[in-house]
Design a binder for this molecule. Structure first.
Ligand code: GLC
Ligand code: CA
Length: 557
């Protein structure tokens, strides 16, 4: 059963802008990544997911692409990129590129042409429609941008509106046009031929729209999410291009259910390898940015639903963080007053144990491996992400009285939290850049950084190394069954993995308090991973779990 490399991969996500700046302009770049390849190898990860590094005017930090076949000037050149890939491959690290093809940038030559006239050959690369109202200036339908406000912008030149499910600088590509699908296939082939090992497919569930673009429920979502041709389009991309390479795909699939995930990833269906589902991160937020109290029971239920739902039928993606989510230690752990650094480390290790012993492909986001945290926001100006800015603009326009709430909500939920520069050392700008960083460095870099972590045997980083090494050789983690125990507990997340007579018992205390616990399995056991040096009753049945303690026991018969 050892086929399909992505099932054995441990993937590290790099957000290039914030990873490492090599030339002092304050912006992370490809040569910066090259400098850190040994760090990645040493961590033990086997693949990198690189957020977009293509040419882009950066309205949404690279998620608005103006040339799919070249590298963003700020990040370097195609030659740098080739050197980076070679360096990765030499070290046994695969590269997964971000594929952002639901939309392009409005500065892409296709859109520039498309805008020119109604009969331009590129007009149908995008969605253009007459507006409502006497002057036709009202949006053609009720669809809302994922970032808030209408999903349409009016263009004076031709008197029509174009569709953008994100910012107005991210016009949606019309996948119903076979030429667009051919272009996408060509782009995918281009990068695969250059040695890429896979793609993370950005907002892929939106690529097929209901013909005629009719009004939908609420914000119109049912007219463009999992649309009528989505499976046909993905299958086509698979048969035409992807199937000819040893590559993997992971589709970003907000709102996907277990049943739909099986359709997208079932092997015989030949569409995607895996998807990112969002239910566990949505378990403590609404609409991405509105916070909701952390409820461990609700979160556990989601974990178990996906573990059981995809076992033997699909394959899970395991993540707690990415460039769109706040930092997990700040998000899931709300009962550490924040002043206790020992407990921050313990909770970061516990969270890793809770998620990465599940079945699926693990993803770790840059900085998560040292337990980086959210930042402190003092003013609106501290937010730079286009989503945060859009929220503030909408609040200002429609509901100024919500400003205070918006500040509070965005402080804990905004994407800015994940995008602060990577903390390499305690020196200038956390070792990220010699120049002025494009975004604020978290003040806690003096004690949260990779250098400090390397030297401390009990660091989060060294814990990740251990965990990654254990996972690599474990058939149980890869193939074993999953069973949640103590489902009613509001404090503990406990589960059992089992394969070929061997069992792993994974115990996680999500609370900042001691909790008495009785080991639910009998038989000889050994502690293969834990986050405390002094373990209470390592071999006994009745134990006391310390704050945020986690333990992984192996039962071999
Ligand atoms: C995805 C990306 C996000 C981006 C959006 C539009 O959700 O992860 O960062 O803003 O797509 O491309
Ligand atoms: Ca730079």
């Amino acid at each position: 059963m050892r086929e399909q490399w992505f099932k054995d991969a441990f993937i590290y996500q790099i957000y290039p802008r914030s990873f490492k700046d090599s030339n002092g302009d304050g912006i992370g770049d490809i040569r910066g990544i090259i400098e850190k390849l040994d760090y990645l190898k040493d961590l033990g990860i086997t693949a990198v997911w690189l957020s977009p590094c293509y040419k882009s005017p950066n309205d949404d930090n690279g998620y608005d692409i103006s040339d799919y076949r070249d590298i963003m000037d700020e990040f370097g050149t195609l030659a740098d990129w080739k050197e980076m890939v070679a360096g990765m491959h030499e070290r046994g690290i695969k590269l997964i590129m971000d594929l952002v093809v639901n939309h392009s940038s409005d500065e892409h030559k296709w859109f520039v042409e498309s805008k020119k006239s109604k009969d331009n050959p590129y007009r149908d690369y995008y969605f253009w429609k007459k507006g409502r109202g006497k002057d036709g200036k009202k949006p053609p339908n009720n669809w809302m941008s994922r970032f808030g406000g209408t999903a349409w912008s009016y263009d004076e030149a031709t008197g029509e509106h174009y569709l953008h499910l994100f910012t107005k600088k991210q016009p949606d590509l019309n996948w119903d046009n076979p030429k667009v699908r051919e272009e996408v296939g060509g782009i995918v082939k281009y990068w695969l031929d250059l040695g890429v090992d896979g793609f993370r497919c950005d907002v892929i569930t939106y690529i097929s729209k209901v013909p005629g673009l009719p009004n939908g429920k609420l914000a119109g979502d049912n007219m463009f999410t999992h649309g009528p041709n989505i499976h046909a389009y993905l299958h086509e991309l698979y048969t035409e291009v992807l199937s000819k390479y040893d590559c993997m795909t992971v589709g970003e699939a907000a709102g996907v259910t277990v049943e739909q995930a099986i359709l997208y990833t079932g092997e015989e269906r030949e569409e995607l390898s895996t998807v990112f589902q969002f239910e566990h991160v949505d378990a403590n937020s609404f609409l991405q940015i509105v916070p909701r109290k952390v409820d461990l029971k609700r979160t556990k239920k989601v974990f178990s639903k996906w573990q059981n739902g995809l076992h033997g039928k699909g394959w899970n993606s395991l993540y707690l963080e990415n460039h769109d989510q706040p930092r997990s230690v700040s998000r899931y752990i709300t009962d550490n007053p924040g002043t206790d650094d020992f407990l921050r480390k313990q909770s970061a290790k516990m969270l890793a144990t809770a998620i990465y012993f599940q079945q699926g492909t693990p993803y770790v986001y840059q900085g998560q491996e040292i337990g980086m945290t959210n930042i402190v926001f003092n003013s609106e100006a501290d937010h730079v992400d286009v989503l945060s800015k859009t929220v503030f603009a909408l609040v200002k326009k429609y509901a100024p009285f919500l400003k205070g709430y918006a500040m509070k909500a965005l402080a804990i939920r905004s994407r800015d939290n994940a995008r602060t520069p990577m903390q390499w050392n305690a020196g200038k700008n956390a070792g990220f850049s010699d120049g002025e960083p494009w975004y604020r460095v978290n003040e806690n870099f003096a004690y949260i950084n990779t250098e400090e972590s390397k030297n401390d045997p009990d660091s989060v980083l060294n814990f990740y190394k251990k965990l990654i090494a254990i996972r690599k050789n474990s058939e149980i983690v890869r193939n074993g069954s999953y069973k949640e125990l103590f489902e009613e507990s509001k404090d503990l997340y406990v589960y059992l993995r089992e394969d070929g007579g061997k069992k792993l018992l994974i115990i996680n205390n999500f609370k900042n308090k001691e909790i008495p616990f009785t080991i639910p399995e009998s038989g000889e056991r050994s502690l293969i991973l834990g986050n405390y040096k002094d373990v209470d009753g390592e071999k006994e049945m009745n134990i006391i779990l310390k704050p945020y303690e986690s333990r992984v026991y192996l039962f071999e018969q």
